[in-house]
Design a protein around this ligand. Sequence first.
Ligand SMILES: NC(=O)c1ccc[n+]([C@@H]2O[C@H](COP(=O)([O-])OP(=O)(O)OC[C@H]3O[C@@H](n4cnc5c(N)ncnc54)[C@H](OP(=O)(O)O)[C@@H]3O)[C@@H](O)[C@H]2O)c1
Length: 355
Amino acid sequence: MDKLRVGVLGATGLVGQVFVDVLARHPWFEVKALAASPGKRGLRYAEAVSWRLEGEPPEAVKDIRLVEPTPAGFSGEGLDIVFSAIPSSVAESVEVELVKSGFTVISNASNMRMERDIPLVVPEINPDHLDLIRIQGKTRGWRGVLVKNPNCSSAILSLPLKPLLDNFGVKRVFVTTLQALSGAGYTGVPSMAILDNIIPYIKREEDKIESEPLKILGKLRRDAIETPGISITATATRVPVLHGHLESVTLELASTPDIEEIKATMAKFRGKPQELNLPTAPRNPLIVLEGEDRPQPRLDRNAGAGMSVTVGRVRKVGSRDDSWYRFLVLGHNLVRGAAGNAVLIAELMLKTGFI
Ligand SMILES: NC(=O)c1ccc[n+]([C@@H]2O[C@H](COP(=O)([O-])OP(=O)(O)OC[C@H]3O[C@@H](n4cnc5c(N)ncnc54)[C@H](OP(=O)(O)O)[C@@H]3O)[C@@H](O)[C@H]2O)c1
């Protein structure tokens, strides 16, 4: 098959660099256009970017000249997909302009994630929510399509919640996140603020973690998503770790399975990406670790090339008859929590006829 032509908006940022890295070696996609802030238009990618990943920018993209982040800038390349990694403050106008002009945009920015006709997708959990695209076209009159990637902590948390909800019912969730520095972008947290420290607050993060998983775990009924009756209470903290968000979860189930049942249910969880054998789908979306001191960001964030989420320390709270449980979950915020999940959405859209 001919490769699909793709573009990246925000290609010089941290998430943008992971997009470029993954897409440059992708079997189905070929990077044809890159954009950053308007002032970088015309620069070669290699001179415009401060490359923060290991090694050098991929050869295939080094000489691509950055275009203006507008429909006119992207229009020359006949793009099939635009991946977006720009700040949400600018995404509303930039992304919507592209979609109105007919582009298919898969976006990491947080604006519009909760709007009822915008799919918010973790491909293993809610591939069917892509059907909202049909409603989007009718209600908004857009020529293109907008699909959103969830907040990093929401995507990571939603993965273990899915098999628990389907098999045992979930009533209440309390989660405390220990989020890595790269979740705030390269310049997001000053080193003087975070070295020898933990910051017990991340602006606007807790709202997202309390609401987005409910949409992702919801059922698509006709043209709307019915959210499950779960309450999520979140505390978000920033810790001096480079990549990998760890989340400490305490939850009440609707039944009282034993710990081994819970672990086995999570470990055997598979979704549509595994069924379709999509190129970036990890073999196991959830990996249950037995070590009493796992998961750890440095040791476990690259599981499944950063696309698997690892779970550990699954325990009961209180007596054997109690329905309260605890575990830790860890995921790579730039991969499963951002660019990797977005590329998996694109693969799913291609295989299921949305592109
Ligand atoms: N980091 C994570 O773990 C993570 C996870 C999930 C979602 N997200 C979301 O993904 C997006 C990118 O995050 P990031 O961490 O990669 O941020 P970042 O490192 O600050 O990168 C931002 C990118 O957007 C570009 N940009 C800035 N202003 C622009 C404008 N007016 N028009 C077009 N492009 C513009 C920047 O270009 P210049 O280099 O020219 O400034 C850069 O390429 C954000 O919306 C963020 O909330 C991040």
